[in-house]
Design a protein around this ligand. Structure first.
Ligand SMILES: Nc1ncnc2c1ncn2[C@@H]1O[C@H](COP(=O)(O)OP(=O)(O)OP(=O)(O)O)[C@@H](O)[C@H]1O
Length: 308
């Protein structure tokens, strides 16, 4: 559905997107994560044919951005991070205006607009003025607008930015719905947890470079290759840490306050021998637990040392 091959954009000496290669299929919801200025918008605008790359190729549904930009625009719904709305227009008028721009005419136009408003749970505001909507409601109407021509591919640039917690949860629900409709979605954010539970794939970009790009499950599996334990003893944590350091299963031990952080050797899953070793030396355990690997800690581990 979306294939980019070494897609590159420079602004003078700055490489805003540096050889970005992606391969996304139907139903993939790709979380594109990176701090401000890392190259997310640049990459998405190149895929949307709104910005010419300096190098590289991109195919959307098999069509090249160079030879078939018009076809691609029909296939893609692009929602920029900020977009204007018009004064003196109701929500329905606003959508109908864009629907006519997509040449959706006749009785079908009203029906399409109503369907999309329903999809984003905004039917109750159909007669409200667009300029008087809240930020979250504006984002949802913006998404309805992006969906009008039933695009196969959606490029959503920070759709949840500026939303309150409730609106963020609702936006996540919408993203899930789009994935289940077998669309291919790229959704950007600079906050990883925001996307972790709705995406099938995640990519992390920094300074124009894609550091990690994989299926969420695979990222978790890779991060799990070395189990980390958090251990607390009632007294004498330093000698306890030294004891643990000498054990066969253990690769590394560090102290965080009074917590002993133990990294096991790659592939070691059985760490049951550590408890009797500590107890046998008279240590009383206060805590012994495996560090929970959520997507955020997984990314921190996988990208550690890769930043430029
Ligand atoms: N037209 C332009 N001219 C010069 N530099 C630009 C231009 N557009 C973007 N840049 C630079 O390219 C880099 C990547 O910008 P981009 O907007 O792609 O980042 P982003 O990851 O989308 O950031 P944000 O999260 O803030 O939206 C930034 O350093 C930005 O300043």
């Amino acid at each position: 559905m979306i294939e980019t091959i070494k897609l590159t954009k420079r602004y003078g000496n700055l490489i805003a997107a540096n050889e970005i290669s992606l391969n996304l299929k139907e139903g993939d919801v790709f979380g594109f994560i990176g701090p401000n200025g890392s190259g997310k918008t640049t990459t998405m605008r190149m895929i949307a044919t709104l910005l010419n790359p300096d190098y590289g190729e991109c195919y959307v549904c098999g069509q090249s951005i160079y030879s078939k930009p018009q076809e691609i625009r029909r296939l893609v719904g692009y929602m920029p991070d900020f977009f204007g709305v018009y004064d003196d227009m109701t929500v329905m008028e606003y959508l109908e205006f864009f629907a006519s721009a997509y040449r959706i005419n006749g009785p079908a136009r009203r029906k399409v607009c109503e369907d999309k408003l329903d999809l984003v749970d905004m039917a109750f505001k159909r007669d409200a003025m667009v300029s008087q909507l809240s930020r979250g409601q504006t984002q949802r109407v913006g998404l309805a607008r992006t969906l009008l021509h039933d695009p196969q591919v959606l490029l959503l640039d920070e759709p949840a930015s500026g939303l309150d917690p409730r609106a963020r949860i609702e936006m996540r629900g919408l993203l899930r719905r789009l994935g289940s409709m077998q669309k291919t979605v790229i959704v950007s954010s600079h906050i990883l947890p925001e996307l972790a539970d709705v995406c099938t794939r995640v990519g992390i970009i920094e300074k124009g470079v894609m550091l990690v790009d994989n299926y969420v499950d695979e990222v978790m599996r890779q991060a799990r290759q070395a189990i980390m334990l958090e251990i607390k003893v009632m007294e004498r944590p330093e000698p306890a840490a030294k004891l643990l350091e000498q054990m066969d299963e253990v690769s590394d031990v560090t102290m965080q306050g009074d917590t002993i952080c133990v990294t096991l050797k790659s592939g070691v899953e059985d760490y049951s021998g550590l408890v009797p070793a500590l107890l046998g030396q008279g240590y009383r355990l206060k805590q012994f637990r495996e560090e929970e690997v959520n997507l955020e800690t997984a990314f921190m581990r996988l990208t550690m040392g890769k930043q430029q």
